[in-house]
Design a protein. Structure first.
Length: 222
């Protein structure tokens, strides 16, 4: 088998793998933990990015009421409580994030217009907040070579269910992503990383909120 044939086979295999990912793997990763009704449901912040190029809805059930989940959400951010995901990956990426394992009273008061840092050089703005119900963050940034900026919304919605349980929905909507061969090549790794980190965040919130509920009322510290 000559080199040209081997190259063509490799390209065909890569194309087939990418097609399989988009058909079967991508929808599952984008909507991890959520059911069809939650994916179709309109959530706070959807209007900030109409007609998104990318939309994900991930969810988790937490064995704690919304008032035990909310403090962990509202104190998120770099220089604050972190994002409760994988410390090792965050350190390797140089994000300067330390994930809190307790509730900090000094980070509980957040208002519309406030800046929440994702890293030392990237931040989102609080556009909507309703304690124990929803937090919506938004970022707009220029894209090199593009006529329109990238728009990104990130919504955290709490829904009480059952006896002392909470359904936490997290929706990401992005429009105006960069285009080109390099971006296309990096699309799958970026989406996989986003999935891994956001799933870790949801699981981290679940663990902390459930622990808070078990240790209440003494878990809230200054």
């Amino acid at each position: 088998m000559d080199r040209t044939t081997k190259t063509l086979i490799a390209l065909a295999g890569s194309a087939a793998g990418l097609a399989a990912y988009h058909t079967y793997g991508r929808p599952r990763l984008q909507n991890w933990g959520s059911h069809a009704g939650e994916v179709r449901r309109s959530l706070a912040g959807d209007d900030l990015v109409p007609g998104p190029d990318l939309s994900t809805t991930r969810a988790i059930t937490i064995d704690a009421p919304p008032d035990a989940v909310w403090p962990w959400i509202v104190q998120m951010g770099q220089r604050r409580g972190g994002f409760y995901s994988y410390d090792v990956l965050e350190r390797v990426a140089g994000l300067g994030i330390e994930n809190a394992d307790r509730i900090h009273s000094e980070w509980q008061d957040v208002e519309v217009g406030e800046t929440i840092y994702l890293s030392p050089s990237a931040a989102m703005i609080v556009t909507e907040i309703e304690p124990e119900d929803r937090l919506v963050l938004f970022r707009e940034a220029p894209v090199p070579g593009a006529d329109a900026p990238m728009r990104w919304s990130w919504a955290f919605v709490l829904q009480p269910i059952g006896a002392g349980q909470t359904r936490l929905l997290v929706r990401t909507r992005v429009a105006g992503q960069p285009s080109g061969g390099l971006v296309w090549a990096l699309e799958v790794p970026i989406e996989l990383l986003h999935f891994v980190m956001e799933r870790g965040m949801l699981q981290g919130m679940k663990q902390r909120a459930e622990a808070t509920r078990r240790s209440a009322p003494s878990s809230t510290e200054g």
